[in-house]
Design a protein around this ligand. Structure first.
Ligand code: PBG
Length: 323
């Protein structure tokens, strides 16, 4: 009987040996917590499709940010839920709009201890729910939208954002935002570009989280799920336009895209473990069908292994506390 000479199991015998040869690590400093803040809320409002996640009040958001700083997270990414919406998404550029006042609150709370980030997109602020303004015939008007993004970037930077995250998938958005920031003296504000963003069914719970009024879909600006070369092209364009980091989104159904982008660009790559990915694990765990804590770590580890340097995840604080 010939026994095996090569025995990979030797390195798996004890937890300490397994740790010694672990190839992929999770680090609190590379996890970003997305957070919602709702205008006019006096109590945090639970989001039913995202158990454990709330729409914060301004006050509870400050506390969540202080905790995130305490845990050494890589950042907090803010999304505003305004009371009033209109066709142009005016609340997004208004210095008194919910997202901008929340940015100022959070910045006052954490200073430079935690990178303060803002989603830069109109969809939470438009009554039609699209990421840009519409033409008379109802199409999303790329270049008219860019002008609003420039204004929104200046408003967010003035409110104290360290990082802006353009997520609307308009062509040229990164270049226009970089120029707008630089022109207003905000050369140090970082652009984390949602560079590769697919039209995904997994955004479902997020639409509840921000009270989206979207009818239809975003397929004229977000990408088709089958395209990876196009994703790499989008990432390269954003780097050329001045993106400091590029993001792939969603994460789990696009791990190959994360890998392809990581191997192509020379800036840090982020991946967004989005609402539907969160909800799937939470729902299965609530039914007793999977081990929640293990599934969370396995999920985040797989995204890191695929090549993401940074992960946006609703579990950021919980996981950081466990690491
Ligand atoms: C757009 C935006 C979306 C998400 C982040 N930024 C929604 C969309 O493009 O439809 C989704 C995040 C998630 O699902 O967790 N402002």
């Amino acid at each position: 009987m010939a026994f095996p000479v090569t025995r990979p199991r030797r390195l798996r015998r004890t937890p300490a040996l397994r740790r010694l040869v672990a190839e992929t690590h999770l680090d609190a400093g590379q996890l970003i917590l997305p957070a919602f803040v709702r205008e006019g809320a006096s109590e945090p409002v639970p989001i039913s499709s995202m158990p454990g996640v709330v729409q914060h009040t301004r006050d509870t958001l400050r506390k969540a940010a202080a905790q995130a700083a305490e845990l050494g997270l890589g950042g907090i990414m803010l999304f505003g839920v305004p009371e009033h919406k209109d066709a142009r998404g005016s609340g997004a550029v208004d210095p008194d709009g919910i997202l901008n006042v929340a940015l100022a609150d959070v910045k006052a709370e954490v200073g430079d201890a935690l990178p303060v980030m803002a989603d830069l997109c109109l969809d939470e602020f438009t009554d039609h729910g699209h990421c840009g303004v519409l033409t008379a015939s109802g199409a999303v008007d790329n270049d008219a939208t860019l002008e609003l993004y420039a204004e929104m970037a200046r408003a967010q930077a003035a409110a104290g954002a360290d990082v802006v995250g353009p997520s609307g998938m308009m062509d040229g958005q990164v270049g226009v935002i970089r120029a707008a920031l630089d022109g207003a003296g905000h050369q140090d504000v970082v652009i984390l570009a949602y560079a590769v963003k697919y039209a995904s069914a997994f955004y479902g719970p997020f639409r509840e989280a921000v009270g989206s009024s979207l009818q239809g879909d975003r397929r004229t600006y977000q990408q088709d799920g089958g395209n990876v070369v196009e994703g790499v092209r989008e990432a390269l364009l954003d780097v050329e336009e001045g993106a400091d980091l590029v993001m792939v989104k969603p994460a789990l159904a696009y791990l190959d895209v994360i890998r392809a982008v990581r191997e192509t660009v020379d800036v840090p790559v982020a991946a967004y473990n989005i609402s539907g990915e969160y909800a799937m694990v939470e729902a299965a765990a609530a039914n007793g069908w999977i081990d929640r804590d293990a599934a969370i770590l396995e999920t985040l580890t797989s995204i890191r292994r695929a090549g993401a340097d940074v992960i946006l995840t609703y579990w950021a604080a919980e996981v950081a506390a466990r690491l």
